[in-house]
Design a binder for this molecule. Structure first.
Ligand code: ASP
Length: 327
C-alpha cells in the first residue's frame, strides 16, 4: 500500500514509513497492540512463536545503539530469524546504491527490511521498489523516525493517561531532528498540544502552520507543559562550518534543563523525555536525566514493545490471526 492519508482505525499497511501518513486511529491501534506486547518483556521466558519462520534484515547505514538493538530484541522475542548489516560492512561502501543493495537483499526473500539511512526518503524508495518486502523506517535523515515517535507516544500515554488537553514541549535542534518531526505529526494527530523551543536558527520556518506553538524563550516554553522532550544537537547533519549558535556553553545556558530551572518554572509532575543519545551537561544536566522526572529509560523499554507491534502489524499478524479464528 502506498503512503497516503488514511482514516483507518486499524493498521493494514505493508510498510511503516512515517507518522505523517497514519491516521489517529492507526496510531492508537499500534499503541494498543504494543501495550499487549509489553508484558512479554518482563516475563521469565521472553519468547513467543508469533513470527516463527519469518526473517528480518536490519539494514543500518547510519550509527545506532538503541533502535538497532531494540528491533533485534523485538524480532528475536517473536522468534523471527534476524540478519544485521551495518554501513561499514555493506557494499554501499563499495559504491553500490541503496536500491541495488536492497534489491539484492530482497532477492533472498526476507519478510521485513528495517532500514536506517542518512538521506530523507531512503525507506520510501525501498517500499516502492520492493512490493514483496515490508519496509520499516528506522530513521531517514532528518525526515522521520516513526518507531521513536510511537514509543514516545506510548510513554506519554502511560505517564499521563492520554493526550487530550496535554502539552508537550520539544526542545532544541528541531531543524535537523527526525524525532521532532515524527513526534509533531504523531502528537498533533492524537490531540496533544505541541510547543517547540530553541534558537531561531534551529527551528524551521512555518512550523506554526502545522498547529505548533513556536518559542525561543525557555521559561515560556516550560511553564504549564506536561512533558519536556529534550533533543540532541544533530551535529552530523549540520554542514561543516555551519554555526547555528555561538557556543555549546551558551546554548546550554539558554536551552539546557537543570534542577534549578525545573524547580522555578516547571509543573511539579512534569515528565522529562529524551530519545538518546544524551549529551550530559548540554541539553540535560545529570540531575535531570537521573532524577524522578525522567522517563528516559521507560522510553527505551517501551521501544521494544512498539517494535514488536510494528513488525507484527506490517506482516498482517492480526489478519492472519483473524483468518485462523484467533482474532
Ligand atoms: N536516536 C535518535 C535518532 O536516531 C536521536 C538522536 O540521534 O539524537 O534520530
Amino acid at each position: 500500500m502506498s503512503p497516503g492519508a488514511s482514516t483507518e482505525d486499524t493498521f493494514r499497511r505493508k510498510d511503516l514509513l512515517g507518522l505523517r501518513f497514519l491516521s489517529a486511529g492507526e496510531i492508537t491501534h499500534i499503541l494498543d497492540v504494543a501495550e499487549q506486547f509489553r508484558g512479554l518483556n518482563t516475563r521469565a521466558v521472553k519468547k513467543v512463536p508469533t513470527l516463527r519462520g519469518k526473517s528480518v534484515v536490519h539494514l543500518f547505514l547510519e550509527p545506532s545503539t538503541r533502535t538497532r538493538t531494540s528491533f533485534d530484541i523485538a524480532a528475536k522475542r517473536m522468534s523471527a530469524d534476524t540478519f544485521s548489516i551495518s554501513g561499514s560492512a555493506s557494499s554501499t561502501t563499495k559504491g553500490e546504491t541503496l536500491l541495488d543493495t536492497a534489491k539484492n537483499l530482497a532477492a533472498m526473500h526476507p519478510d521485513i527490511i528495517v532500514v536506517r539511512h542518512r538521506r530523507a526518503g531512503g525507506a520510501m524508495i525501498l517500499a516502492d521498489a520492493l512490493p514483496e518486502t515490508c519496509i520499516i523506517n528506522a530513521g531517514d535523515g532528518a525526515c522521520e523516525h516513526p518507531t521513536q515517535g510511537l514509543l514516545d507516544l506510548l510513554t506519554i500515554r502511560r505517564a499521563l493517561g492520554g493526550f487530550a488537553g496535554r502539552t508537550v514541549t520539544i526542545l532544541g535542534d528541531i531543524t535537523h531532528s527526525r524525532v521532532a518531526r515524527s513526534n509533531i505529526w504523531g502528537l498533533t494527530k492524537v490531540g496533544a498540544k505541541v510547543r517547540v523551543c530553541g534558537p531561531p536558527t534551529l527551528i524551521p520556518m512555518g512550523l506554526e502552520e502545522w498547529g505548533v506553538e513556536v518559542h525561543h524563550n525557555l521559561e515560556e516554553a516550560v511553564r504549564g507543559a506536561d512533558v519536556l522532550m529534550a533533543l540532541r544537537i544533530q551535529q552530523e547533519r549540520i554542514p561543516r562550518g555551519g554555526h547555528f549558535f555561538p557556543t555549546l556553553r551558551e546554548y546550554s545556558r539558554l536551552y539546557g534543563l537543570n534542577r534549578d530551572k525545573l524547580r522555578r518554572w516547571a509543573r511539579k509532575d512534569v515528565v522529562i523525555m529524551h530519545p538518546g543519545p544524551v549529551n550530559r551537561g548540554v541539553e540535560l544536566e545529570p540531575e535531570v536525566i537521573d532524577g524522578d522526572w525522567s522517563v528516559i529509560l521507560d522510553q527505551v523499554e517501551n521501544g521494544v514493545a512498539v517494535r514488536m507491534a510494528c513488525m507484527y502489524l506490517v506482516l498482517g499478524g492480526e489478519r492472519a490471526a483473524a483468518r485462523e479464528g484467533r482474532g
